[in-house]
Design a protein around this ligand. Sequence first.
Ligand code: OAD
Length: 268
Amino acid sequence: MATCSDEIDCARRLIAAAPRIVVLTGAGISAESGVPTFRGAEGLWQRYRPEQLASPEAFADDPRLVWEWYGWRRTRVAACQPNAAHLALARFALAHGKTLIVTQNVDGLHADAALAAAGDVDPGPALPIELHGNMFSVRCTACQRVWRDTAAVDASSRDTLPTCPECRALARPHVVWYGESLDGAQISHALCQAELAAACVVIGTSGVVQPAASIAAVTAQAGGEVIEINPDETPLTALCSVSIRSGAVAAVPDIFDLGSEPAEGRVQ
Ligand code: OAD
């Protein structure tokens, strides 16, 4: 790898030179927007057990409780905006095309950033693969119809929960729960792009949930570079040629806002 003055410069150099990159994000990228993470001292899984709230069994047992939790999270996320890290990634993907953003987040903030950054142009290149779904999508438990639903959830009783506009059956959040499979086409596409990528940038994930975490390993095994942006070490750190111990907002715009200068002119 080329010598660089610091980790940020190294990351900029690698990204500028890469013909193709994959960006894998987790809850940490949205932390500075005000969205709680899952693990760590303030994480959601300190207060709740995943199998109690994020599993098909939990929903079958008590759909009202599960909807109450998703309703609370939706209200919280609806008050949040994409931060400078989401926006820098979206602008980069729109400007350079060579980027696939893959997120484990269900908050929709990457998609919001893509729309905000795109203005009148097609946001497509900046739209993420949302591996674990989106909390503002719902799915009918009977006919499997999927639709967008940003309304406040009334979980005061089973009768007030969201229902399918077609068949009136109970609806559920269109997210991937523990014990459920990811969309096969989405994860295949992400893994294929990870194999082709010269660099995988991993931002704000603890790297403990599969198969998402294996995206970085696929790039590394194929000879690509892995760059991590996270205040803490993770199981993925061992794969990294560049580790940036920082929050996303402090690092991502510096790395991805390449401006209009040629890449070689910006790094030492
Ligand atoms: P986690 O909560 O497990 O990890 C968040 C990571 O973000 C940690 O490694 C933190 O150190 C890091 N972090 C915190 N603040 C940060 C900041 N400002 N900038 C950058 N990084 C920061 O969240 P995920 O790895 O996304 O799955 O969790 C993966 C999956 O586990 C989630 O998608 C969810 C959860 O259970 C399902 O619900 C299926």
